[in-house]
Design a protein around this ligand. Structure first.
Ligand code: AMP
Ligand code: GLY
Length: 427
């Protein structure tokens, strides 16, 4: 079976690596990256040029296309590939709006009775100011559109909140901002794979959004993740599936825009119960690295079943009992202004001692050297008998790898490994 994976990050590296574990699966990744090129074929393409991607698919004629990033999904790549006759894992443009527009996601949640933060959608600065005063500090200010995980500001500073609201409103024609209630409690990323009517939850993970240890500094795309969550409430996954994932799938279906692909619920476990922070319409990065490391069933069977409306007949997914931890190694200046060009060494040594090293922002120059080429550079992933052991392995891999200006968090999965996460904490 030939599978075309669209994207170029550590997420797509992990997806490609996991698909390749299945017998009879061959992957082409477009455009891929230097790490993916070591394990699969790659093909160069601009993933935001929909017709170029459709042409590429026609040339290779894959049995399935898996779309990694949100931007092409929100732009309608899934629809165009389906019209051209391909089986696609990834929602239509209409369904991907659950990620593309926070206001739309709120409307669907309300219609589906899904618990989320109270919020106000504002198109002018006076409206935004009034909403900030209404909810009070800490202030939560979100760009309505796609912002690569960086459009949200959470702050106690009223002026900073107003300033971010102004940026969002001015960002483009029709710019708008969502102001909402602050949700206090540990965060969970739960993925559900859906064929439009059935949704199958994957194992939960926790992401680390802030750039620095102890959740200091600005938000990023994600600096690390772990799975499973020893502190999660009993029946957490079953409960969230029933109260959040399934109602969303039913509502999208009812509107004639079924969601086929990966529905990613970003959740806060608050003292008043689980609330949705946001939905994404694709695999999360870096959560995918730990979730797939623990998958003990065929990923290609799962994605095929979802793309062809057959999830209800898929055998139950199996998970490894081990824990997984991934640590993102970032470039100097990330997230504000990442600096590319530093030479990277030590990946072989990290791999030799058992780490999975997924590439994100890397490139190879004419002299065949591996260089930093983006903000999140590598994602170093390891399994262990428990979270403490998985952390030790992942950080041992990180210690082998070097590049100028490299920085990473040193506390990924630390509180969870020490049993220090209590429900009601903000982590
Ligand atoms: P989002 O892009 O919506 O996931 O937001 C990025 C991050 O901002 C989340 O992972 C949270 O850490 C934080 N955040 C977003 N919304 C809220 C909220 N209502 N209350 C508390 N933190 C939030
Ligand atoms: N790690 C969060 C995301 O993929 O959006």
């Amino acid at each position: 079976m030939l599978i075309l994976v669209i994207g170029q990050g550590a997420r797509e590296h992990a997806i490609t690596h996991t698909l390749q574990q299945d017998l009879n699966v061959e992957v082409i990744c477009a455009p891929g990256n230097p790490g993916i090129a070591q394990i699969a074929k790659i093909a160069s393409v601009d993933i935001n040029d929909i017709s170029a991607v459709v042409e590429l698919a026609k040339k290779h004629n894959p049995d399935l296309v898996v779309i990694g990033p949100e931007a092409p999904l929100v732009a309608g790549l899934g629809d165009e590939l389906r019209s051209a006759g391909f089986l696609v894992f990834g929602p239509s443009k209409a369904a991907a709006a659950l990620e593309g527009s926070k206001a739309f996601a709120k409307e669907i949640m309300q219609a589906a009775g899904v618990p989320t933060a109270d919020s106000k959608f504002c198109q002018t600065v006076p409206e935004a100011r009034a909403a900030l005063e209404l909810f009070g500090a800490p202030y939560v200010v979100k760009d309505d559109g796609l912002a690569a995980g960086k459009g949200v500001v959470v702050t106690d500073d009223f002026d900073a909140a107003v300033a971010h609201a102004m940026v969002c409103i001015d960002s483009r024609d029709g710019g708008a901002v969502v102001i909402e209630e602050f949700l206090d409690g540990p965060e969970v990323s739960l993925f559900g794979v859906s064929d439009g009517t059935t949704i199958v939850p994957l194992t939960p993970a926790q992401d680390f959004k802030r750039v620095g240890d102890n959740d200091q500094g600005p938000n990023t795309g994600g600096m690390g993740a772990y799975s499973p969550l020893p502190w999660a409430p009993e029946n957490f996954v079953a409960e969230v599936t029933k109260t959040i994932l399934q109602p969303m799938i039913i509502e999208m279906n009812r509107r004639g825009t079924p969601f086929v692909g990966l529905l990613f619920a970003g959740l806060a476990v608050t003292s008043r119960g689980v609330r949705v922070i946001e939905f994404n319409a694709r695999f999360g990065d870096p959560e995918t690295q730990v979730v797939l490391a623990r998958l003990n069933s065929s990923l290609s069977d799962l994605l095929m079943a979802a793309s062809s409306g057959k999830l209800s007949s898929l055998p139950e997914l199996q998970w490894k009992p081990e824990s997984a931890v991934t640590v993102v190694m970032a470039a100097k200046g990330y997230p504000d202004s990442p600096v590319s060009g530093a030479a990277i060494s030590g990946i072989d040594q990290a791999q030799n001692q058992g780490s999975l090293v997924y590439h994100a922002g890397t490139k190879i120059n004419e002299a065949d050297e591996l260089l930093v080429n983006g903000g999140r550079v590598l994602s170093v992933t390891a399994l262990g008998s428990d979270l403490a052991v998985a952390r030790t392995h992942a950080y041992a891999g990180v210690e082998r790898i070097r590049f100028d200006g490299e920085h990473h968090r040193s506390d990924i999965a630390l509180k969870a490994a020490l049993g220090e996460i209590r429900l009601g904490d903000h982590s």
